[in-house]
Design a protein around this ligand. Structure first.
Ligand SMILES: CC(C)(COP(=O)(O)OP(=O)(O)OC[C@H]1O[C@@H](n2cnc3c(N)ncnc32)[C@H](O)[C@@H]1OP(=O)(O)O)[C@@H](O)C(=O)NCCC(=O)NCCS
Length: 163
């Protein structure tokens, strides 16, 4: 399955994540997270039946590396976003939205009940995206993250009803 879409500036396509994407998405993850996940950790997650996700790639000649991805897990009717990231040079073009929307569509098709995620309370971009997608805060974990920029920060637990 390949889902093409056009932003104001470039052509992209979404594709389901596979174990073969582990190294490429690990490189993307490393750009943004204080504790990046290794290629092996992604490969292990992607080999699990409950884990799924999508990549966003530019459309063009030859194989293009992913410029964004989302990874989610669905078990017993409840799902969680494990991680989502878009390369800095491709942000604010709707990729994050498209990736999250692909997960939501998949979960609707699977008749899942709810999608959860955890987000750093200082992550303005992600919070804005999630709120626009209909997530609401259902909990908070104080001092959950630690970054050189902000020190200890809390995690907001967010939920999006699917039914
Ligand atoms: C969060 C992230 C995935 C968003 O990806 P993106 O492709 O830039 O997001 P989109 O272009 O789809 O944005 C959709 C909407 O989200 C909101 N948004 C996204 N980035 C924003 C920002 N920097 N500031 C304010 N609102 C923002 C806007 O409402 C935006 O719609 P608009 O552009 O029409 O105003 C991206 O910033 C990222 O990879 N961040 C680093 C990794 C990360 O923090 N992941 C989340 C961990 S929980």
């Amino acid at each position: 399955m390949r889902i093409p879409f056009l932003t104001s500036r470039r052509d992209y396509a979404l594709e389901p994540l596979s174990v073969a994407d582990a190294a490429a998405i690990s490189a993307l993850h490393r750009e943004d997270f204080v504790r990046p996940w290794t290629d092996g950790e992604f490969a292990t997650l992607l080999s699990q039946d409950t884990v799924f996700g999508f990549t966003a790639r530019e459309v063009g000649q030859g194989a293009k590396p992913p410029v964004g991805f989302v990874l989610a897990r669905l078990a017993a009717g409840e799902a969680e976003i494990l991680t989502v990231a878009v390369a800095r040079t491709h942000r604010r073009q709707g990729l994050g939205w498209q990736l999250m929307d692909a997960v939501l569509r998949n979960l609707h098709a699977e008749r899942a009940e709810a999608l959860f995620l955890e987000v750093d309370e200082t992550n303005v971009a992600a919070l804005a995206l999630y709120r626009r997608l209909g997530f609401r805060e259902v909990g908070k974990r104080p001092n959950y993250y630690r970054s050189p920029e902000h020190g200890p920060t809390g995690a907001l637990v967010m939920r999006r009803d699917l039914r």
